[in-house]
Design a protein. Sequence first.
Length: 275
Amino acid sequence: MRAHMVQHRSHRLSLGLCLSLVVGTLAGCMGSSSSDNATTPTVEPYSTLLGPPAITGNFAYAVNTFLDSVSAYTTNNGVLTALPGSAAGDHPGSIIVDPSEQFVYVANSGSDNISAYRIGTNGTLSALPGSPFAAGNQPAVIIAVPTRALVYVANFSSNNVSAYTIQANGALTAVPGSPFAAGKGPEGITVDPTGKFAYVANGKSNNVSAYTIDANGTLTEVGPRVKAGDDPEGITVDPTGKFVYALNRHSKDVSVYRIGSNGALTEVSGSPFSL
C-alpha cells in the first residue's frame, strides 16, 4: 500500500505544480544531480522529488523520498549551492518552513510521523528534541498556517487531519481533539490568508472538506463536503482569500469554489475547468 501511495504521488507532481501555476502561488521548483554521499543527499528527478521545495529568504530545502533524506541549499539570486543534508523518516513526501523561518517540518508517509529540524545560521538542519512527532496513517501533505504557530497534516490512509501547535523550541504539540475527520484519502490541505479557514482535498471520495479554525487550532467542519472532479489532490486558496482551487488528477480539470463568510464553499459557475 505504501509503495502504491508513493508511485501515485510521484506521478501527480507535474499536475500539482500546474495547480500552483494556475493560481500564481508557486515560489519555485528545483532539481539537481550530484554524487550521493553521507552529507549531501542527491535530489532525484520527479520520480523521487514529490513536492515543491520549502524556501526561506536565504535557504531552500527539498525531500528525497526514496533516499529518506532532506537536501539543503543556500540561495543567492536564484543560484542554489548545496549544504550538508539531513536524514528524514521513511519516504518523506512533503516539507515546509514555519512562518518564523526557524524550523523545518517533513511529513514521512512511510513511518507515519513528522521530522522536525532547527535551521542553523548557515542553513544546515539539526533535529529537534522529541523529533520525529507522531502523525496519522500515511501523512501525505504538511502545511503551516502563515499567520499563526500551527501545523496541519493530511493523513491519507486514516482519513483525517492532524493538528499541532508549534512551541517556542519548535516542538509540535497536538491540538486538543486532533486528529479531525476528513473524507477518504485526503491528499491536499490549505488555509486561507487570514488563518480562519482550512480546506482539504479528499482524493478517494472526490470532494472537498471545509473547516473553521478556532483560537486553539481546532478544526470544525462547516457545510456539507462539496463535490470535486475525479481524484482531487492539490488544493490552494487564491491570494485574495475569495476562492479555492482543487486540482482533479484523473479528470484533468480544476474545480473552483467561492468562499462564504463562514468558510463554506460554493462551486462557481462553469466549474470544473479543463486543464
